[in-house]
Write a protein of this length. Structure first.
Lengths: 173, 131
């Protein structure tokens, strides 16, 4: 469960350290606040907490970047120590293994990973919850706070976008 | 394109990718899981009749009935039983009070002050009390 959550967070924030923090926060919140709930409620509760934690991360980083922009306006030196594109470049760099099919699989996975990252946030959330976490439409809608129709639309658009992007790169699933 | 089938294939690839997560991240995720489990909120003992509650739980557990589902019905039954007991006790008290007055009347054992009490005279004249 935590591995899938980690990947989901990675798709959203593109940074390993932050993704690990998000998953850890979500797990702690689940355990501390909802630890006494029945086991079958855990997956949906965890997804809800995870998505909220990712949104909190976005909000915090938005505020942080606003302050950074404000402060950097006063400082003359233009230091760009951290470039998020660097981490993206590292992620896309696949390490080849010996057997050909494993290599192919790894490349396919990398391309899928990249295409999932490119999806609009709501489409990605819906697609991953519905098809990776295997939640039903109603659970996904409740977690996302939208209608079941919206979930279906998001999932359909995400799947078609992924299919088009993968076939453009010559990948057939 | 069959959306469901295509999504299932993507899921298979994604699941295979879970094995390629860096070991440092995997270790940290495991540590986070252990920490979360250590801090897991435990079920508080319920404020109920402990002995009877646990016995009922065991019995229902053996018979395969989910106690959580029938809890609302049990609560309603307990409420109704409580209301009935309260009503029954009040009615018995009321009857015994009337009985005491009736016995005193029949035995001509009323204190003289009772006949000076206007409300008592009214009550005696009231036909509804006879019915």
């Amino acid at each position: 469960m935590e591995r899938r959550a980690f990947k989901q967070a990675m798709y959203a924030v593109h940074e390993e350290e932050s993704a690990l923090d998000i998953v850890q926060d979500a797990m702690m919140k689940l355990a501390e606040k909802y630890g006494d709930r029945p086991d079958d409620e855990f997956p949906v509760l965890f997804q809800r907490i995870l998505q909220n934690t990712i949104r909190d991360f976005y909000r915090r980083s938005k505020v942080r970047s606003m302050w950074t922009t404000l402060l950097s306006a006063f400082s003359p030196d233009d230091d760009e120590e951290h470039d998020p594109l660097e981490t993206l470049a590292i992620d896309s760099d696949s390490s080849p293994r010996t057997p050909e099919n494993v290599l192919l699989q790894a490349q396919t996975l990398n391309i899928i990973d990249e295409e999932i990252k490119k999806l609009p946030a709501r489409q990605r959330e819906a697609f991953l919850m519905r098809y990776w976490e295997e939640m039903d439409v109603a659970e996904t809608a409740a977690t996302m706070g939208c209608s079941e129709g919206s979930v279906k639309t998001h999932c359909s658009r995400a799947t078609h976008t992924l299919a088009a992007a993968l076939s453009a790169k010559g990948i057939k699933l | 394109m069959n959306e469901q089938r295509y999504a299932t294939r993507i899921r298979q690839v994604l699941n295979q990718g879970l094995h390629d997560i860096p070991p440092t991240a995997t270790r940290r995720l495991e540590a986070a899981r252990h920490l979360a489990l250590a801090r897991q909120k435990q079920c508080l003992p319920e404020l109920s009749l402990a002995g009877a509650g646990s016995w009922l739980n065991r019995q229902l557990g053996h018979s395969g009935i989910d106690l959580a589902r029938i809890k609302p019905f049990l609560a309603i039954i307990a409420l109704l039983a409580g209301m009935w007991l309260s009503f029954y006790w009040h009615s018995i008290q009321y009857v015994s009070e009337i009985e005491a007055v009736d016995v005193a009347l029949l035995a001509d054992d009323l204190p003289p002050e009772a006949f000076l009490d206007q409300e008592f005279i009214e009550w005696l004249k009231d036909d509804s009390s006879v019915e």
